[in-house]
Design a protein around this ligand. Structure first.
Ligand SMILES: Nc1ncnc2c1ncn2[C@@H]1O[C@H](COP(=O)(O)OP(=O)(O)OP(=O)(O)O)[C@@H](O)[C@H]1O
Length: 304
């Protein structure tokens, strides 16, 4: 019999996930899985649980939580030779990655995807010994995703990020960086950089219009040094997908990206703190198999 492990974060989002467990287990059993659960208790718990599930030859590992939980799950399994299939139940505050793959937030819908969806290969990113599935970034503004306290997210949801964003705006400073991407170079002062695996990030659904999750490439966006008014204006333009042609924005694709910063620059990996630069991003092509909706998805490049 196939084995499935549901790894869920009871503190994600509005913290009411637990009541769904009987329904999820029943759906999995009906699909031929012997299913069990693991509730996380804190940092790295989902990572350890996923690693153990891979070691024990589970066929399917489901991450139920926010982007932080799925990030831990892929970190726990990325270096294993036999990697279980990935399923996702969005239960966090933002659920960026689930949104990019159009995985429904409703439990019935996300179970449909896991039990009756398509198996697709997806790329992930690696930097040093850490992995990310959706986005990496650096620059003062990108720090806000891990600075918003969990309590505030539970109370206010997505709004908590905007509140924190306004608080941070006046403090953003440019950084002098050197970036090497597939043999090409950029050197200069930047406000932020983003390295993405999907085209929709942080509610910005047109952020990286050429990004596919199965093309072996990252899409990199660099916002060059500019004033605060321009940052706000370009953020608005990015919501409409109109930032790409702006002279202060660089938008390129690459498989390897090496970034060095003159001053301290923190790294954001899938919304969580990921240490400090320098580092080299490497795109690991088709590294995981993921259950996705059985319909055309803008994030997949159709290869046949
Ligand atoms: N039982 C727990 N109590 C408190 N924190 C936990 C628990 N289990 C895991 N965590 C922490 O939760 C974080 C991940 O949260 P997750 O991303 O799943 O939800 P979220 O913060 O509500 O949503 P989002 O990331 O989408 O905003 C990790 O940093 C992990 O350390």
């Amino acid at each position: 019999m196939k084995k499935a492990r549901l790894i869920y974060n009871p503190s994600s989002g509005r913290e009411n996930f637990k009541r769904n467990i009987p329904y999820i287990l029943e759906r999995l059993e009906k699909s031929g899985y012997e299913a069990s659960t693991h509730a996380t208790t804190g940092k790295d718990c989902a990572k350890r649980a996923a690693g153990l599930a891979a070691d024990r030859n589970f066929d399917l590992v489901i991450a139920a939580g926010g982007d932080g939980t799925i990030n831990e799950v892929i970190n726990g399994m990325a270096e294993k030779e036999d990697r279980p299939k990935l399923g996702l139940i969005p239960a966090g505050t933002t659920n960026d990655f689930a949104r990019a793959l159009q995985i429904p937030k409703e439990i019935e819908g996300s179970c449909d995807v896991i039990c009756d969806g398509l198996e697709k290969s997806i790329d992930i990113g690696k930097i040093e010994s850490q992995y990310f599935i959706n986005i990496a970034g650096g620059g003062t503004l990108t720090e806000l995703t891990y600075e918003v306290p969990s309590r505030l997210k539970t109370m206010m949801g997505q709004l908590a990020y905007y509140v924190k964003g306004f608080e941070k705006l006046p403090r953003i400073r440019p950084n002098h960086v050197t970036i090497e991407y597939d043999g090409k170079w950029f050197e200069g002062e930047i406000m932020l950089f983003l390295v993405t695996n999907t085209n929709s990030v942080g509610g910005f659904e047109k952020l990286a219009p050429k990004a596919f999750i199965n093309d072996g490439l990252f899409d990199m966006l660099i916002l060059k040094k500019t004033n605060l008014a321009d940052v706000v204006r370009l953020t608005g333009a990015a919501l409409r997908g109109e930032h790409i042609n702006d002279e202060r924005v660089i938008y390129v694709q690459a498989n390897r990206i090496k970034i060095h910063s003159q001053n301290e620059m923190q790294l954001n990996l899938d919304g969580e703190y990921g240490g400090k630069l320098p580092g080299e991003f490497v795109n690991l092509h088709n590294h995981f198999t993921m259950m996705v909706p059985n319909k055309p998805l803008s994030n997949f490049q159709e290869l046949y």
